[in-house]
Design a protein around this ligand. Sequence first.
Ligand SMILES: [Mn+2]
Length: 256
Amino acid sequence: MEILKDVEIVDGYPALYLKKLETLVIADLHLGFEWAIAQEGIFIPTTQYQEIFKDLQHLLEEKQPELLIINGDLKHEFSKATSQEWREVIDLLTYLDKNVKKTIVIRGNHDNFIRGFFKRYNNVEFVEPYLQLENYLLTHGHKEIEEDILTREKYDLLIIAHEHPAILLIDDLGAKIKTRAFLHGKTKQEKEIIVLPAFSPLATGVEINLTPQEELLSPILREYVDIMQLEVYAISKKTETLKFPKLALWHSLTHL
Ligand SMILES: [Mn+2]
């Protein structure tokens, strides 16, 4: 579904496609998530990588992009690298190096101890904290960004991640469905902004329709956006992308 000129959500997937640049954008893979939570005594099946790999392979075959951008949080664990995490990171980057013309990973808050890895690849790069391509500015979104970057004329669309936006729908019988979602609107500086959902199927994230603005994770969303004016696009593998009205209207309907 096209949400801006030359910018489309790939239906069924937490992925954005920038047509003019033939560029696929994803974020928040959080590889190694299962091992990190196992350290805290929570054990879940270790199937995330297979699912991420299958989805990404499908997207790369469908779009044949010139460039793949991973907008932060390729991996999960903060402090020490677990061996599982590294196996998955190396396996994925090796695949991308061979099968995609170029891949750029933008540093997220979980991407520590990783820079050295990129030296071994010819077609995979690591950058921080921003990447600007023509009129698009991409950054993970965990840090404040300087006012001059927000206001400068050189770009029209800011693409962030980090928030892992999702919506929670509750039917009359109380059944709950949580689904990952894109957010789209304008910053207070009148730039277009898109927030990517997590590519990780396990990190479904923040229920944007139930969370007050001041409790959001990204300082960019907390400070430079009126979240009530954002439109929500829910992704579902079974249907097309579902467009919801602005959060303001939604709140007025559900908070009677
Ligand atoms: Mn993050």
